[in-house]
Design a protein around this ligand. Structure first.
Ligand code: MN
Length: 263
């Protein structure tokens, strides 16, 4: 099995080392990751600058640092390592959760999304720690992945979907189990903090306090907050199929005839 490993925390991130150490037990691993941290870059790609890939020493594995974001790493990695494609793209372990709407900002998730667009089975993995400075417990993520590897890889590959996994950042025995759940609603309050620089000019710092909507049952947010590993299948088809007919009627648009539309 040919496995491409990437992340958004950069080539030196301990979460990447933990992920590669598990993956190499199950197949041929090549590591292609950003040369520095690119968290919260989302599914962006580099178009207007060259991308350089430099070989990096990595304990017997082929590894490259790339002057780009995770999407760039997956595409450069495939061109460099496996022009005919590979069998699995792993992105992580991120140093923090990627729950609910975080998936749209996350570079970690974007790495898996790009693998998915390349028609490769892909998994994003994050350590869900909620306290600044608390340990990420990558060893827990590594053990969880190792113990569930066969089950994850035995699943039939569904094109245009990938998995988003969040592992609570706790000691392994404290994990309560696994929940397969939908995307929750993790939003931020007081997102923009206005400040003043030493010269009296206003500026803004974006961050914010996480306001998790734990009222939404059967979501990644709820599962992780209760100590379970969350596994969420995500589809690249963002269409709201339930609204297609309503919109066709309102706009008198095709493809279906409008005889069934309300007058
Ligand atoms: Mn990150």
């Amino acid at each position: 099995m040919r496995i491409l490993v990437t992340n958004d925390d950069g080539i030196r991130a301990p979460g990447l080392i933990a992920l590669a150490s598990v993956a190499r037990q199950f197949g041929e691993v090549k590591i292609v990751a950003p040369d520095h941290e690119r968290s919260a870059c989302g599914h962006s790609m580099t178009l207007h600058e060259p991308l350089r890939a430099w070989p990096v020493e990595w304990d017997g594995l082929e590894a490259y640092e790339v002057t780009g974001v995770p999407v760039d790493c997956v595409n450069v990695g495939l061109a460099l390592c496996w022009p005919d494609g590979c069998d699995l793209v792993l992105s992580g372990f991120n140093n923090g959760p990627n729950l609910g709407f975080d998936v749209t900002y996350s570079g970690t998730v974007a790495g898996a999304m790009e693998g998915c667009i390349n028609r490769i089975r892909s998994i994003a993995l994050s350590m869900a720690s909620f306290v600044t400075g608390a340990p990420y417990h990558y060893e827990t993520g590594a053990r969880w992945l190792s113990e569930n590897w066969d089950a994850l890889v035995a699943l039939p590959h569904v094109p245009l979907t990938f998995l988003n996994v969040n592992v609570p950042a706790v000691d392994y025995p404290e994990l309560r189990g696994i929940r397969v759940v939908g995307m929750g609603r993790r939003v931020y309050e007081e997102r923009i903090e206005p400040r003043t620089d030493p010269w009296g000019r206003d500026y803004f710092w974006q961050g914010g306090v996480v306001a998790m909507d734990k009222d939404q049952p059967d979501t990644d947010v709820e599962a992780v907050s209760e100590g379970f590993v969350s596994v969420t299948p995500i589809t690249l088809d963002w269409t709201d199929h339930s609204r297609l007919e309503e919109l066709r009627c309102a706009l008198r648009a095709g493809p279906s005839p409008h005889a069934h539309c309300p007058p």
